[in-house]
Design a protein around this ligand. Structure first.
Ligand code: FAD
Length: 386
């Protein structure tokens, strides 16, 4: 080994992929250097403490999974609280429970039994199809997202809870969006406001930084360190292998073209009251309000009387936006062009010797947190060594 070649792995990105990789590598006796271009570790789950509240700086993160191995693993690093995601939708001055369930249908129509709710939805679907001039329902193929949603849930649910929110999210009218964005719209015929169907969910007690710090305990990390300015040309002098969790197109100098992203930017406010909206997540579903959601961070970690014990609160408005350079690449845009381009980059990644591409940027895929951790656990399962 050359003198400088001291690390087994140079890990680009200290998000959950990079941090989990470093954790398992260290347990196998490997020496890692983790770098991140941001001034902190943690990637998108990083939280900043403001007024004693953990503020999710890159968007609200709720951990949920049915994978017991992943759940048991993260709980060895930090315990999780009992937070259950039950978002509220606000349309003009009325509030509705999400996901669409018996509470929502009661709020919309005053129906009190599943039978009444199903009857109302079926009637609205029939009306919507008739308005579109569809007589042969079996061979109906929706031309856009609006037609798709109307055929699935009818006009009331679509107009109150889907239309404005989706148009703000994608920056285009639903009639100009492809139907595949909404393949299914699950309707729950029970009074159950729990957004996720998973067996386990919660927030790390003390915040996500505890999870990241636990994963990176004893691992050398350099922040404010951009791979492309510091290690791009000499990483082989520094490490045997590279784990790259940055954007895949950037790694290849955008040779085949740039992949598109959607992003979200935030306006954070400190309010001089203990409780602003009574819930962590409120979705604004009318098109007149420019933001899609307001997050009140304390409700992720403070429950019951603890809410009032903390005299201030921090809220974040979320504004979806088209991605441009300098913004955060958050959501892949999975249209035909991007999917083809991503596949071509993936083929190129497979040819790169000693480089492992991972995470949501490295694979150009939207992954929740638990699958990212699960993928890394799989890499290190048994005697294998990636
Ligand atoms: C707005 C939003 C909300 C989300 N909410 C949820 C949720 O509620 N529940 C859930 O399970 N999942 C959620 N997710 C998904 C979750 O954020 C991801 O699963 C997770 O962050 C993936 O980790 P990662 O390491 O792949 O990526 P990241 O966390 O993005 O980490 C990648 C890191 O690489 C660094 N990097 C990039 N380029 C370079 C470079 N050139 N040099 C050095 N460093 C570099 C970046 O700075 C970043 O820190 C959400 C995602 C977004 C965008």
């Amino acid at each position: 080994m050359k003198e400088m070649e001291k690390y087994d792995y140079l890990i680009v990105g200290s998000g959950l992929y990079g941090a989990t990789f470093a954790y398992f590598a260290k347990r196998k006796g490997k020496n890692c250097l983790v770098i991140d271009k941001r001034p902190h570790v943690g990637g998108n789950v990083y939280c900043e403490q403001i007024e004693g509240i953990n503020v999710h700086k890159y968007g609200a993160h709720i951990f949920h999974t049915s994978d017991k191995k992943v759940w048991d693993f993260v709980n060895t690093i930090v315990s999780f609280n009992r937070y259950t995601n039950s978002p509220i939708a606000r349309y003009k001055d009325r509030l509705y429970n999400l996901p669409f369930n018996m509470n929502t249908f009661y709020q919309l129509w005053g129906v009190t039994t599943p039978e009444q709710a199903i009857e109302r939805i079926n009637m609205q679907r029939r009306e919507a199809l008739a308005e579109m001039g569809i007589t042969d329902v079996a061979s109906f193929s929706p031309a856009n997202l609006e037609e798709q949603a109307l055929s699935l849930v009818g006009r009331d649910v679509y107009e109150v809870l889907i239309k404005g929110y989706t148009e703000k999210q994608w920056g285009r009218p639903c009639r100009e969006l492809p139907p595949f964005i909404i393949m299914r719209l699950p309707l729950r015929m029970t009074f159950d406001n729990n957004y996720f169907n998973d067996s386990y969910q919660g927030i790390p007690i003390g915040g996500y930084n505890k999870l990241i710090d636990g994963l990176l305990d004893g691992v050398e990390c350099k922040t404010s360190c951009d791979f492309f300015t510091v290690y791009r040309d000499n990483w082989r002098d520094v490490a045997q292998k590279l784990v790259y969790t940055g954007p895949v197109d950037q790694y290849f100098d955008f040779r085949l073209g740039r992949l598109d992203w959607r992003t979200v930017y935030f306006k954070h406010y400190v309010k001089n009251i203990p409780n602003y909206q009574g819930n962590a997540v409120v979705n604004y579903t009318d098109v007149e309000v420019p933001y899609t959601r307001v997050i009140e961070h304390k409700h992720f970690e403070m429950f019951g009387p603890d809410v009032d014990k903390c005299p201030k609160t921090v809220v974040s408005e979320e504004y979806p936006a088209e991605y441009s350079e300098g913004m955060e690449p958050f959501y892949p845009v999975n249209n035909i062009r991007n999917n083809k381009l991503a596949e071509a980059y993936q083929q190129m990644s497979r040819q790169e010797d000693d480089v492992l591409f991972g995470g949501r940027l490295g694979c150009y895929k939207y992954y929740d947190m638990a699958p990212v951790i699960g993928q890394v656990m799989q890499l290190w399962a048994g005697d294998s060594e990636p």
